[in-house]
Design a protein around this ligand. Sequence first.
Ligand SMILES: Cc1ncc(COP(=O)(O)O)c(C=O)c1O
Length: 372
Amino acid sequence: MSGDREIQTISFTRGVPPPEAFPTGQIQECAIAILEREGSVVLQYHPAAGLLPLREWLAQRYGVAPEAVLVSNGSLQIEEFLTRLLTSPGDVVLVESPSYDRAITIFRRAGARVVGVPLEPDGFDVGTLESLTKKQKPKFFYIIPDFQNPTGVTTSLAKRERLVDLAERYDFWVLEDNPYRELRYAGEELPTVFSLGSEKVLHLSSFSKVLSPGIRVGYLIAPEPLVQQLARMAEDTYVSPNMIGQGIVYEYCRRGWLGPNIDRLRDIYQPRLEGLSSALEEYLAEAQWTRPEGGFFIGVYLAPPVNMSALRAKARDMGVLLSDGKGFFPEGDGDLFLRLPFCALSVDEIEEGIARLGSLVNSMDIHVSRGR
Ligand SMILES: Cc1ncc(COP(=O)(O)O)c(C=O)c1O
């Protein structure tokens, strides 16, 4: 046996919930109950717009008709359908820069030209959005207004209102993707862009971050004709969505368990956000970041002259895994950007990981001037 102490690997790569986030026993109970009560429904093919009682439950929450709700196998799947429906190859889609890398991939795969609108500490840059909408005639603007992936930034109310004005005036869709909204650990809730009352806003969300991603249930609130078109597309793709997942989610919500589960998650995640904020202040004092009020991520811009690929390689040797920031930037910049997910790490792991990172960033050998 060697006497070496094994270095614990700390991964800042994936924004996933930790195992302790899952209310496994409750989900088990809901699975048994829904199979006993509605087995013949949830084990059968089903109309592709989703399980009606779940659509009705969501409709009531959003103050819309059940026909305005589509429930599918995760919200990313709906993003894929929406992109195919709303865009043709060559069309312009606007995103915040940086934005969620998988969404950018989906838009590109459909042939869209993805153009970034710089993100400021209170949301997208309004002037750039306005000039781009005039010049480029985008099909939609994809925005994550609450605790954005990858930066944690929340869009101010003034910018939400301005966005709705611009969408009406220049006739483009707003695709509001809001899966982190209910994971608020500080500050005051702002209205969703959808709730500001424009037919141009499509609201996308998911049970992935408030219940379980493996259950694969996400949803869209949109005008009814659009929901019908998307449901046809869904039917032609997978015939029927995952009904057992939808049945379990419905039973969970019907029992009134979702709200208390979200409170429990906030209690788990809030100290982790605090831990990451304090560690950044202590060990990466030169870095720039916006303090999030919720969600899963802090987006950090390191001060030059850090060589990021050297930093990632050396960090890996020290047991700290980092993702490449470039994927979040549609124009490929983001050389100095790090997305730091904090929910799946303990406060001790966060502090240790950022301390290791800080010692590297402050050492000369990952600086650009020294090369690789
Ligand atoms: C902004 C955003 N949208 C969508 C998703 C994916 O959600 P789902 O699991 O519902 O497909 C994620 C997951 O990380 C996300 O961060």
